[in-house]
Design a protein around this ligand. Structure first.
Ligand code: CP
Length: 332
């Protein structure tokens, strides 16, 4: 049985194949490949793009989907083995996952970081508990460690913009935010770009390093794909010659701001403006997974500029997910 909860389920070659398939589906929709199949989606966290793009993808493939929101009309779920369930969680994943598996043909779960540290994020306890107990293929709708469908959509967007991913200079640049954000998206940008053979620079203020396990996995993929990875604290130097500027907030803020808008004033200059594109390549593009907080994480002038491909990127979620669903069912 196939699952797609982390990039390691595909590896660099599998990713390349799914991006190619997604591009084919975008040119010519494949029709009712999954006629009669049902996707169940369980959301522990909110979503605009993921939920809608999966629902539409299943519809286009001839199937249907059911979306459940944990704690909102659905029992709150316990995922820890051996838990004494005397709190507000009324059902355990050990029952919920096999029961849902009797109703649906593929199960998606969104469960963000619990904010319990790097080791807990790397263990990805919630999605892995579902993966252990479900009896059907699992797909990630974003977990504590990764957002693999976002990573595929990002690489499809790079491929469309430059005709290839190999050697494309991707700069993943930390951005400010109003609150600490998890690392799943930046982890996936690094992993998927490395697996696609990109020349990746991750640039961030000191103290915002990505986790060691993810960095080691990315290095392995870069070795397989011919990609390159660098880490830097110098945003200006990193953006020199960039083809892709990917801004994303992650990690804890060092201290709260006085006006409550963004983090410490010293870090506000990390928010991309058009000035940040002065030394990028002429054909540079700007990516962000969305949702984005305008003028906190990214300036209006960038999001409204010709560099921005964020809407194309969001559309591509649907095409890569169609490819991933077809693959899970052995149709690709
Ligand atoms: N990028 C993304 O996953 O968007 P949503 O959180 O709206 O699903």
């Amino acid at each position: 049985m196939r699952h797609f909860t982390h990039l390691k389920d595909l590896g660099p070659k599998g990713q390349a194949a799914l991006i190619k398939l997604a591009a084919e589906y975008k040119r010519n929709e494949p029709g009712a490949l999954l006629k009669g199949k049902v996707l169940g989606m369980l959301f522990f966290n909110p979503s605009l793009r993921t939920r809608t793009s999966f629902e539409v993808a299943m519809h286009k493939l001839g199937g249907m989907s059911v979306a459940l929101e944990e704690g909102s009309g659905v029992w709150k779920l316990e995922t820890e083995d051996g838990a004494v369930m005397s709190g507000d969680k009324a059902e355990h994943v050990r029952e919920a996952a096999p029961v849902l598996s009797r109703y649906v043909d593929v199960l998606g779960v969104r469960a963000f970081s619990r904010g319990m540290g790097q080791a807990d994020d790397d263990a990805d306890g919630v999605i892995n508990a579902f993966r252990r107990h479900a009896k059907v293929p699992m797909i990630s709708l974003e977990s504590a460690r990764e957002h693999p469908c976002q990573g595929l959509a990002d690489m499809l967007t790079v491929q469309e913009s430059f005709g290839q991913t190999q050697g494309v200079k991707v700069v993943l640049s930390w951005a400010p935010h109003v609150r600490p954000l998890p690392k799943a998206v930046p982890n996936s940008v690094l992993l998927h770009a490395a697996a696609a053979g990109c020349d990746v620079t991750v640039v961030h203020p000191p103290g915002f390093e990505l986790g060691e396990a993810v960095r080691a996995e990315a290095q392995k993929y870069a070795g397989e794909s011919g990609g390159k990875i660098r880490y830097s604290n110098d945003q200006r130097a990193a953006l020199e010659g960039a083809h892709v500027v990917y801004a994303k907030a992650w990690g804890p803020e060092p201290r709260a701001s006085e006006d409550g808008i963004v983090a410490s004033p010293a870090l506000r200059g990390w928010m991309p403006t058009l000035k940040h594109f002065e030394n990028a390549t002429e054909e540079a593009i700007f990516l962000h997974c969305l949702p984005v907080r305008r003028n906190v994480e990214v300036s209006d002038e960038v999001l409204d500029s010709e560099f921005a491909r964020v809407v194309d990127e969001a559309e591509n979620r649907m095409w890569v997910q169609m490819a991933a669903l077809a693959w899970l069912f052995g149709k690709a």
